[in-house]
Ligand binder design. Structure first.
Ligand code: ZN
Length: 371
């Protein structure tokens, strides 16, 4: 049966000089197989992933694994504990404003140079092993940098060292007020239907600092370069995704069971669970390319009722939100409506009803298609 090893990884130190740890649950199966890495709550207010990991741990007590699954819940012990009144300020390091999910490492030139030196006879397995070792050395040399690193970047690189060992990487997030959606790199788009997630965003091979990109960009580029060199398509079988499982600041054990099952369906399809027959659900899935995943900013401030709920399809010209202007309550301009600029699916909206101009009010699928 699976063996469980539990460790604590030091990722930061607080002002009292005490180490701040993240728990690390490593399940090792009897049979060899792929490695899986799953983390949650890099954004401190996005807590539902911890429940999903809890549910996965219950499954792995009896469901045999091939290879290894590493689970890192609550992977940002700083961000989770920063509260302002009733809210968790989980998205940014408040000291310098850095987004906790933008400090991972990727260097395109390093991949280019690595690929140029590959011998024509070298096996895919050997290239994969060497690439991993050299990438991890890159990460370590950054962590050892003479001039140091910011808190968020240090945390990110410590986690990336763990993640880069894995073949399948899942970063569990939540939106503000949100329906389920998933970011899928285009080069593994066939995997989009393996999760029970009805909204899919296809990502280009572009790095903006997030964990999923830091995982898939190097492997995607290496795949392209080696395929070109050998004039045949090679596959390193590495995939990475960001899963957005509903709203931040909310926990549901029932929804957690659903999302754990969704992840198990994916892992079953990837041969990580040899006795499992869990299959992805048949469901309608809508997809967009990243450039058609649009943000609607408010042009006016006010008090907002969100009419379109996350997951709703809205026709062009229909009402998305109603705004009350408390400076004009006696007049006809007391209320105004924000209309859908085109046919869209509302994916998430701002969590508060009091809104300044220039707020990201909704994020929407436009020009979407059925998968
Ligand atoms: Zn997030």
């Amino acid at each position: 049966m699976n063996k469980l090893f539990k460790e604590h990884l030091v990722v930061a130190q607080n002002a009292s000089g005490r180490n701040m740890n993240v728990p690390l649950y490593r399940f090792v199966g009897d049979k060899p197989g792929p490695k899986v890495y799953i983390q949650s709550s890099i954004h401190g207010a996005e807590v539902q992933g911890n429940v999903v990991i809890y549910q996965l741990i219950q499954w792995f007590k009896t469901l045999p694994i091939c290879g290894e699954v590493v689970l890192v819940p609550n992977c940002n012990p700083v961000g989770t504990n920063i509260k302002a009144g009733e809210y968790t300020l989980g998205r940014f390091d408040p000291v310098n404003g850095t987004n906790w999910n933008r400090g991972y490492y990727y260097d395109e030139q390093f991949v280019q140079e690595f690929a140029q030196k590959i011998d024509k006879q070298e096996s895919i397995a050997s290239i994969k092993l060497r690439f991993r070792q050299e990438m991890k050395q890159q990460l370590q040399s950054r962590l050892d940098a003479t001039w140091g690193l910011g808190l968020a970047q240090h945390l990110n690189l410590k986690l990336q060292q763990l993640a880069f060992d894995a073949d399948y990487v899942l970063d569990l997030h939540n939106g503000p007020v949100s329906t389920r959606h998933i970011y899928v790199p285009e080069f593994v788009k066939n995997s989009a239907g393996l999760f029970n997630i009805p909204h899919v965003i296809f990502m280009p091979n572009v790095f903006s600092g997030a964990l999923d990109e830091a995982m898939f960009c190097p492997w995607w580029l290496l795949t392209d370069l080696v395929s070109k060199q050998r004039q045949m398509s090679v596959d390193f079988e590495v995939e990475a995704f960001t899963l957005e499982m509903g709203s931040q600041e909310v926990v549901s054990f029932q929804e957690g069971e659903y999302d754990a099952k969704s992840i198990l369906a994916y892992l079953t399809a990837k041969n990580c669970l040899f006795e499992s027959e869990i299959k992805p659900q048949n469901m309608p899935r809508k997809a967009v390319s990243l450039q058609n995943y649009k943000t609607l900013f408010t042009k006016q401030g006010g008090i907002v009722e969100y009419i379109a709920k996350p997951g709703d399809s809205v026709k062009k010209g229909d009402v998305l939100a109603r705004v009350l202007n408390v400076d004009n309550l006696e007049s006809a301009t007391a209320t105004s409506e924000i209309l859908a600029p085109c046919d869209l699916v509302a994916i998430l909206h701002f969590p508060s009803a009091s809104v300044l101009s220039g707020t990201q009010l909704y994020k929407c699928f436009t020009e979407y298609f059925d998968l």
